[in-house]
Design a protein around this ligand. Structure first.
Ligand SMILES: NC(=O)c1ccc[n+]([C@@H]2O[C@H](COP(=O)([O-])OP(=O)(O)OC[C@H]3O[C@@H](n4cnc5c(N)ncnc54)[C@H](O)[C@@H]3O)[C@@H](O)[C@H]2O)c1
Length: 348
């Protein structure tokens, strides 16, 4: 098997590479990334890309059909990957997350790729009152990031041919990684508790947020690269996570405080409405992928984060403005003249 992972050098990518190379030791696994966060290694024992057969550097906006020929599976993780970055780089978010995804998928279909896997997001549900959202429920994307995900899914659904296309609507990611990021709710809470003995909840704590550990995202991707059309249809959008991990933000704070006794939790009762609050129904994923279900408990994600951050001697109370936050890294590249506003490296 020959697999190409686009956007493998971020937060989720190293876990995906570890899982795919462990599950398919004889597979050829290639990475392709613009390396915005290449230097953001966190407590990694080895360079994650060493597990690959080969790492390519480049921009997904420039990927040619020729470069996709010969792969059995293509996994598309490359993205401007959260709401604040999507707000700051709205046009680029559409160009990378949506336009590039669609043109790569079309080229992959023409090149004979068997499986295409797209990292979508439950953020497409926006603010969803009432019960858990299923794939059949209407979406309500509230941000440029969420719009780019649903725009991609819709266009992927129109691609003809035999290529099996899976849009994994991931819950919010959490957990330790070789390239940890702290701009994610659980990771932020653990970082606050460790550095300052305090968790600052930016909302009133009531929003619902399903979580998935990066190790479980990797397991789901391993399922999707092998999925056949008779298991879910040739084109599939599937909520990816598990029903037990729908949490309210205040309960996440409480779980971290329980794991790190003495932690103070401050909740912003005056906060404006969060642009994301939804419970998600993951039953379809449970039915289609019984052998690739999430294994990580909330307690385990928290304890691995604590261990990983302690291993980094983490003590930065200003971490929300540090390079452990994706937007800060991109802004730093731009301010230093390395990257243009449209997130292209300046040639020297
Ligand atoms: N982290 C989450 O909570 C979450 C949840 C749901 C879905 N997702 C999706 O999963 C994917 C991976 O997320 P992540 O947390 O690892 O994001 P990340 O920002 O840490 O990593 C994204 C990677 O894509 C690369 N990339 C970005 N633009 C590129 C371009 N133009 N050309 C080549 N490479 C480019 C970056 O260099 C980086 O290595 C993204 O598509 C994201 O939207 C993430």
């Amino acid at each position: 098997m020959k697999i190409l992972v686009l956007g493998n050098m971020g937060y989720v990518g190293p876990a995906v590479i570890r899982e795919l190379t462990a599950r398919h030791p004889s597979a050829i696994v290639h990475g392709y990334d613009n390396a915005y966060f290449a230097h953001c290694l966190t407590n990694a024992h080895t360079l994650p890309e060493q597990r690959l057969t080969q790492q390519f550097f480049g921009d997904v906006r420039d990927l040619s059909e020729q470069a996709l020929a010969g792969y059995d599976a293509v996994v598309q993780l490359a993205a401007v990957s959260n709401d604040p970055m999507g707000d700051r780089f709205a046009g680029v978010t559409e160009a990378i997350n949506q336009d590039a995804t669609i043109s790569i998928a079309k080229a992959a279909a023409r090149a004979g790729v068997r499986n295409f896997v797209f990292a979508s997001s439950c953020s497409v549900y926006g603010v969803a009152e009432g019960g858990p959202r299923t794939e059949a429920d209407p979406v309500a994307p509230m941000t440029a990031y969420a719009r780019s995900k649903i725009g991609s899914e819709d266009a992927l659904a129109d691609i003809d041919g035999d290529m099996v296309i899976t849009s994994l609507r991931f819950a919010t990611a959490c957990g330790m990684s070789d390239r940890l990021r702290l701009d994610l709710v659980l990771n932020d809470f653990v970082a606050g508790a460790l550095s300052d003995g305090r968790i600052t909840v930016l909302s009133d704590g009531s929003p619902w947020r399903p979580l998935i550990d990066v190790a479980d995202m990797a397991r789901a991707i391993d399922w999707a690269i092998q999925r056949s059309a008779d298991n879910g249809g040739r084109i599939l959008r599937v909520n990816t996570g598990c029903n037990e991990r729908n949490h309210q933000v205040r309960d996440l704070a409480a779980a971290v405080a329980e794991a790190l006794p003495g932690t103070e939790v401050s909740i912003n009762t005056e906060a404006p409405v969060d642009s994301r609050s939804y419970q998600v129904d993951f039953s379809l994923f449970a039915r289609l992928a019984p052998h690739h279900q999430p294994q990580m408990t909330l307690a385990k994600s928290i304890s691995q984060l604590v261990e990983g951050l302690r291993g980094m001697n983490f003590a930065d109370t200003q971490f929300r403005t540090s390079p452990l936050v994706r937007l800060r890294v991109l802004q730093g590249h731009i301010d230093s003249g390395r990257l243009s506003e449209d997130l292209r490296w300046h040639s020297r």
